[in-house]
Design a protein around this ligand. Structure first.
Ligand code: C2E
Ligand code: MG
Ligand code: MG
Ligand code: MG
Length: 281
């Protein structure tokens, strides 16, 4: 009796696991196809300077609309891309598409100072990355400082020997580096000494808890002090309301990004958002 029910639950779990593995594999194949057949799009979320309300730049975020599954969240497909070796190609696609879009805005006189792209640690194992970026900047006639690469502290975790060299080569092109999700990694402070970043992005989990968590507030003040003493631009992401905005302003944050200003938008909608804010004179 007991044995039978044990068997039953055992086969239940193993079926469940098979199903998950199958689903994963199907999704992985779908993602491979999505990259080849251009089901991916970039949305752009504005980043605004607190001092004068001007646009600091935009962050490019990948969106996947699958023909039958609908919208698949980056929280789902980015880890899948990391595990299946697709993230390298995805990162290069994002770089190219973001540069193309920035050049298009430039040609049409739309003032977007810079575009930030999220890259995976894997992209910094690719010794051809600096050359790839340099060629893109030339092809689209973009000043290097208008491209920002968002990296996380994970970038140095795997101990790949060439990573730091590649980061420095990219930096030498004049491209900017931004430390994303700052405060959630393992050794933030020592990384700041080793990585040539010019910007820190306080992770949105801190912003979320600012108004009711003294520790979150103390930590975000510490991040501001670190940023200011190292001469870095300090950005707060995930700003959802005016209370958070006012606290961040008091603390001295330079730039904010979040749903309170705008969700990430397709390029034409971002253009409309910019127009509404700063009507042509
Ligand atoms: P991230 O780089 O930290 O991007 C910020 C995320 O926070 C985005 O989620 C954005 O939509 C979301 N967000 C912005 N404002 C708010 C807000 O006010 N409240 C809340 N709750 N969320 C806000 P998204 O687009 O779902 O992306 C999630 C993560 O997936 C990104 O976090 C990034 O780590 C990764 N990701 C997205 N696109 C790419 C990509 O093209 N390449 C790589 N390697 N990673 C990407
Ligand atoms: Mg980011
Ligand atoms: Mg972030
Ligand atoms: Mg994040």
């Amino acid at each position: 009796e007991a044995k039978a029910s044990y068997r039953g639950s055992y086969s239940f779990f193993s079926n469940e696991m098979n199903l998950r593995a199958q689903e994963r594999l199907a999704l992985e194949n779908a993602l491979r196809e999505a990259i080849d057949t251009r089901q991916l799009r970039l949305h752009y979320q504005p980043q605004v300077m607190l001092a004068d309300g001007r646009l600091h730049g935009v962050e490019a975020l990948t969106r996947w609309h699958h023909p039958t599954l609908g919208e698949v969240s980056p929280a789902r497909f980015i880890p899948l891309a990391e595990e299946s070796g697709l993230i390298g190609g995805l990162g290069l696609w994002v770089l190219e598409e973001a540069c193309r879009q920035l050049a298009d805005w430039q040609a049409r006189g739309i003032d977007v100072p810079c575009v930030a792209v999220n890259l995976s640690p894997t992209n910094f194992h690719n010794v051809e990355l600096p050359q790839f970026i340099s060629a893109l900047l030339t092809r689209y006639s973009l000043a290097p400082a208008r491209l920002v690469l968002e990296i996380t502290e994970n970038v140095l975790l795997d101990g790949n020997a060439s990573t730091l060299n590649i980061i420095h080569e990219v930096h030498a092109l004049g491209v900017k580096l931004s430390m994303d999700d700052f405060g959630t990694g393992y050794s933030s402070l020592s990384y700041l000494r080793r990585l040539p970043v010019s910007e820190l992005k306080l992770d949105k989990s801190f912003v979320h808890d600012l108004h009711n968590d003294q520790t979150a507030q103390t930590l975000s003040e510490a991040v501001i002090r670190i940023g200011e003493s190292l001469d870095l631009v300090v950005v707060a992401e995930g700003v959802e309301n005016e209370i958070q905005l006012n606290l961040l302003r008091q603390q001295g944050f330079h730039v904010i990004q979040g749903f309170y200003l705008s969700r990430p938008l397709p390029a034409p909608m971002l253009e409309a958002w910019l127009q509404r804010r700063e009507p042509a004179t």
